[in-house]
Design a protein around this ligand. Sequence first.
Ligand code: GLY
Length: 423
Amino acid sequence: MNILLVGSGGREHALAWKIAQSPLLTRLVMAPGNPGMEGLGDLRPVKATDVPGLVALAQEMTADLVVIGPESAVEAGLADALAAAAIPCFGPSRTAGQLESSKAFTKAFCERHGLPTGAYVVCDEAGAAKAALDRFSPPYVIKADGLAAGKGVVIAATRAEAEAAIDDTLGGRFGAAGARVVIEEFLEGEIGSLFALCDGTHSLVFGHAQDHKRAYDGEQGPNTGGMGTYAPAPLFTDDLIDRVRRELAEPTFAAIAAEGAPYRGVLFVEFMATRDGPRLVEFNVRFGDPECQVLMLRLESDLVPYLAACAKGQLDRLPAPAWRDEAAVCVVMAAQGYPDAPVAGAPVTGADQAFGDGVVVFHAGTARDADGTLRAAGGRVLNVCALGADFPAARQAAYAAVDQIDMPGGFYRSDIGWRALNR
Ligand code: GLY
């Protein structure tokens, strides 16, 4: 098969790494890709939001399948344009993609279909938003309505912080994504990420993981896109997986199809395991980043048949995927100043060495100079991942690799998976 993979982050590097192992693959083209993906296929400098450019590239390479990595490409309407060109695509339509691109849409969708989630209010004016805080108790959850790369969420301990977050969001900090603010009930419990594939009709659970959203150790600091992940997380009992599938994933696929936008791709269900059962925190319409990295390390089955089956409505022909028994850990190395103002340009050394069995370093935000020097070129720079016989072994191997990589000014969390260690 000729496959075009769209995107350039650590998630896409992990997908490319796994796709490249498939015996079904003839040619892999990545657009635009990143320096870590060199050697897995051909890199082409077409942006993830350049819909006409990507359709032209897919036609030129006679792609049998286009795999959408990031939500920006979903929001740009890439799946719709590929459908019009009769090119199979793993990734939902723009309409179904509203499950991520508008938090207000998703909350109203949950309300329409009786899906379990927290109470909420949507406002586009600061005075009304601040008054609406009366209906909630601290901590306050303030979110930009649109796509903000995981950074448009503030958990405010006090009313003053909540009001500042409202001013910040509606004041343009996230551009058009912050034209509306969503105030949500704070849900108590432990958070989890569950992934489910859907081909428009059939669906199946496709792994789970736990992420650390806050920038610093001890769950301190600003929200980020994710600072590290691990799988399997002890939170995910068979019973919980089953409940999230039955109470959130499957009803969502049925409801979005009933609303005329059948879902094709992966749905990332971020939920809170509360005392009353799983409650939706938010949906994402793509693999999690960096959840995907630990999923790909643990996935024993060939990924490509699953991606193709979603695009072609054939998921019912495949068994549940097989996973390795080993645990996987991912530690994100971030640039100085991430998430607010990441500093680009720091030289990164040691990332390209061989670290031994089971360790893989995915590039997330890097650039390579003409002389081969690798540099930080994004907020999250590297995803240092390891498999181990158990969680402590995987964690030890990941941090041993982190110790061998140098990036002046960069930082990482040293407590990835603390919940699993403390159990
Ligand atoms: N790691 C969370 C996300 O991908 O949005």
